[in-house]
Design a binder for this molecule. Structure first.
Ligand code: FAD
Length: 243
């Protein structure tokens, strides 16, 4: 949780690197240094591309036919998508101004790929709500996730919110902390409540669509829609199958 302190200049990256160099060698140092490197990279990107928060670094993505879907955007902002890991992250963000990086990647991928909503609308929301909101880091990371950045995650890499949730929060502790309505659901069902047996939902006193939303899109269908939209657009603009 150094990012707000770095953003507001309470500590500088050189101080962090000096402290790391002076510390006893340990397994996390190189990984931690790499994260600081990402920050430096984002700031260099902003320096060389002042429009990075507004214009896609790969220009072909600026004419991408994003969906104009204000209701869907609102559901994402308020943590009502029906995907627990996305909703937990968005509610944590709204309540505290914080979200872990892994969850930032999942929710931003969900907005740009599953919902096909312009990355700038997601970046705007983060800008308004994150306690570490930073023009360089926010813009570069949103572009990375959307596939329009410099070293972009290729557009065909789409985070699976259910698999990510199972992998990084296997016991569902994070989900229960932010989604009180799912608190009584067992770990096996909490990552995708609509796939849980009816008896498990009944035992947990959850009525899907009433207590907690059904998924606003089907994962497989949304993934296929995103791939098709991105592929068709990139091919139409550049003539290439892949960026
Ligand atoms: C869609 C999206 C939006 C983001 N918006 C912001 C933002 O507005 N402000 C912000 O500071 N970070 C942003 N990040 C990057 C990253 O999520 C945060 O810097 C990190 O989660 C902060 O937690 P930490 O200090 O515990 O990080 P640690 O993992 O402990 O890393 C230490 C420091 O390295 C830097 N860092 C780590 N990862 C990144 C990264 N991917 N890009 C740039 N710098 C990084 C940060 O300064 C961070 O404080 C965003 C990531 C995504 C996926």
């Amino acid at each position: 949780m150094l990012s707000p302190h770095l953003h507001f200049g309470e500590i500088g990256p050189r101080q962090i690197v000096a402290a790391l160099n002076a510390a006893e060698p340990g397994p996390g140092q190189a990984a931690f240094l790499r994260q600081i490197g990402w920050r430096e990279f984002s700031h260099h990107l902003l320096h060389d591309n002042p429009g990075v928060g507004i214009v896609s670094l790969r220009p072909e993505f600026d004419s991408m036919p994003w969906r104009d879907a204000p209701d869907d955007l609102r559901r994402w902002q308020r943590g009502r998508t029906g995907y627990p890991i996305v909703d937990a992250g968005m509610r944590e963000l709204w309540t505290t101004g914080w979200m872990h990086k892994r969850v930032r990647m999942i929710v931003s991928s969900f907005l740009t790929k599953h919902l096909l909503i312009d990355w700038r609308l997601g970046a705007d929301w983060f800008w308004d709500t994150l306690v570490d909101a930073d023009w360089a880091n926010n813009s570069a990371n949103w572009q990375w996730v959307a596939g329009s950045g410099t070293d972009a995650a290729p557009y065909f890499r789409i985070f699976n919110p259910i698999a990510q949730s199972r992998r990084f929060d296997p016991a569902g502790r994070y989900l229960r902390a932010w989604l009180p309505e799912l608190r009584r659901l067992r770990s096996s069902g909490i990552h995708a409540p609509w796939q849980a047996p009816v008896s498990a939902l009944a035992d947990a006193a959850i009525q899907l669509g009433v207590d907690y939303p059904r998924p606003m899109v089907d994962h497989a269908a949304a993934r296929a829609r995103a791939l098709e939209a991105y592929r068709t657009h990139v091919r139409a603009v550049t003539g290439a199958d892949r960026p």
